[in-house]
Design a binder for this molecule. Structure first.
Ligand SMILES: Cc1cc2nc3c(=O)[nH]c(=O)nc-3n(C[C@H](O)[C@H](O)[C@H](O)COP(=O)(O)OP(=O)(O)OC[C@H]3O[C@@H](n4cnc5c(N)ncnc54)[C@H](O)[C@@H]3O)c2cc1C
Length: 436
């Protein structure tokens, strides 16, 4: 039997345990009334990660620290809030406790906000060989891979080996795939020729492989067409409606029979929820937790799910909401209001998603935007994209540092974060070993 996590008794307050300090969990922790509740936020990392800009860390445009922020610092002002860094392993709804890597904890209300991880669609062999982008640590891994590629390419004389090395394949044509492939293509024309003057940049190829009939499938057809046009202008080779079926010995096999060769396959093709085990089987659908309009998990009054892991259907969203930050933030705000009001005897209000629009960037001065009936592209969309992302990053210092890096990069692509930093492996990693 595991020990209890050492947290003071909640006294006459009810304890709300939030698992996951991403967009949803953090918003809820901020908005819940700590005079009424004892709030316990749990995350396997001690920092919040701003996922929309991970591709910029991966491509050397931003520091990892600019898109990460310590949970403890964000929540310093809340008196009855406790943060614990650990991995939640299981829920025991009968006893109203969670089991974690550091012990057990009881709850009055449990909120699951565990988000998603990379989806390899059951292809375990692929998982071992492709590079994902779902955490800050993976962004750094990808950055290392990209800059190591250029360093190593300089010493390769075999034509086939060099071509494999300098061919980047991005799998997944959603916003991240578009942004990552656009930036990789842009690098070829911007700093790579300056940093590696003895490298034949014409040998660099960027492919984007997408299973959907069009890129950015969640956005308008206009946005998809504009994104494809901009990427092609930058030299990205797009493969529509094809799936990667295997990747062995640098050969990527695709569902249309075509084969590509590459030593660098970056996988941003989909996500799968990090749902916690322990609840009734009927509570899950496609690994997401089925919730009602109050975000209560099917079969439980005291367990809620918000953000990417929650599956809530509305007439407009019969298959559930898109797994995006806006939904996570709005669900958290609605749940906070409901829980705050409940202790005053008021009823729950229903969640209804208000789509404020979608944006994706392709590269400098190029983005696409769907804002209600308005669809626009080009530099104006790009500036809107910059502004929206700058305003949503957590922490004033991070906003300022991102702003400075962007301005610097805008002028001369001069931000010098093109670093290959390897952790020196030693026994401490095994002993501390938290997975991120
Ligand atoms: C590369 C990338 C780019 C994206 N770009 C955009 C974009 O441009 N616009 C947009 O709207 N959306 C974007 N998204 C999607 C958006 O980031 C998600 O919809 C959003 O993060 C969901 O919020 P969440 O709180 O549900 O989950 P997350 O933000 O993923 O947070 C989940 C948290 O739970 C923690 N956790 C998970 N399991 C456990 C466990 N067992 N124990 C303890 N802690 C746990 C994790 O450490 C994490 O902190 C992007 C996603 C990615 C990966």
């Amino acid at each position: 039997m595991k020990i209890k996590i050492n947290i003071p008794e909640a006294g006459n307050r009810q304890r709300v345990v939030i698992v996951g300090g991403g967009f949803a969990g953090l918003q809820l922790a901020k908005k819940l009334d700590d005079k009424q509740f004892q709030i316990v936020l749990i995350d396997k990392n001690n920092y919040h990660q701003f996922q929309p800009l991970m591709y910029q860390v991966a491509t050397g445009g931003l520091e990892a620290g600019s898109i990460s922020y310590p949970h403890r610092k964000i929540l310093q002002k809340k008196k009855n809030l406790f943060f614990r860094m650990c991995l939640v392993e299981k829920v025991n709804p009968d006893q109203k406790i969670i089991e974690t890597s550091i012990g057990t904890l009881s709850y009055d209300y449990l909120v699951v906000a565990t988000g998603c991880d990379t989806n390899y669609f059951g292809n375990d062999a692929l998982k071992e060989k492709v590079y994902p982008l779902k955490s800050v640590s993976e962004s750094i891994m990808l950055r290392n891979r990209i800059f190591l590629t250029y360093e190593e390419a300089l010493s390769i004389s075999d034509e086939q080996e060099l071509s494999d090395k300098l061919t980047f394949i991005v799998v997944g044509g959603g916003a991240t795939g578009v942004e990552l492939s656009g930036t990789l293509a842009e690098m070829k024309k911007t700093f790579v020729p300056k940093d590696y003057p003895d490298l034949d940049v014409d040998k660099i190829q960027v492919h984007l492989v997408d299973g959907s009939p069009r890129l950015l499938f969640g956005m308008s057809e206009k946005a998809s067409a504009n994104a494809a046009k901009e990427l092609e202008k930058r030299g990205v080779i797009i493969h529509h409606e094809v799936f990667v079926t295997s990747y062995e010995d640098n050969v990527v096999k695709m569902s249309n029979g075509q084969e590509l060769r590459s030593a660098n396959v970056f996988w941003v093709a989909g996500v799968t929820p990090n749902s916690l085990p322990g609840m009734d089987e009927a509570s899950y659908m496609r690994n997401r937790l089925i919730v009602n309009e109050y975000n209560q998990v099917k079969g439980y009054d005291d367990i809620f799910a918000i953000g990417d892991t929650a599956l809530l259907t509305e007439d407009r969203y019969p298959k559930g909401h898109p797994q995006v930050a806006q939904v996570a933030l709005q669900m958290a705000t609605c749940l906070a209001k409901n829980l705050n009001a409940k202790s005053k005897g008021a009823g729950f209000a229903k969640f209804s998603y208000k789509d404020k629009g979608s944006l994706a960037t392709i590269g400098k001065n190029a983005a696409v935007a769907d804002l209600g009936k308005f669809h626009f592209k080009g530099w104006f969309a790009w500036w809107v994209w910059l502004f929206v992302h700058l305003m949503t990053i957590v922490g004033m210092r991070n906003r300022v540092s991102v702003f400075i890096d962007w301005v610097w990069n805008y002028m001369n692509y001069g931000v010098s974060l093109r670093l290959y930093i390897r952790p020196k492996m030693n026994h401490f990693y095994d002993e501390e070993g938290y997975k991120s």
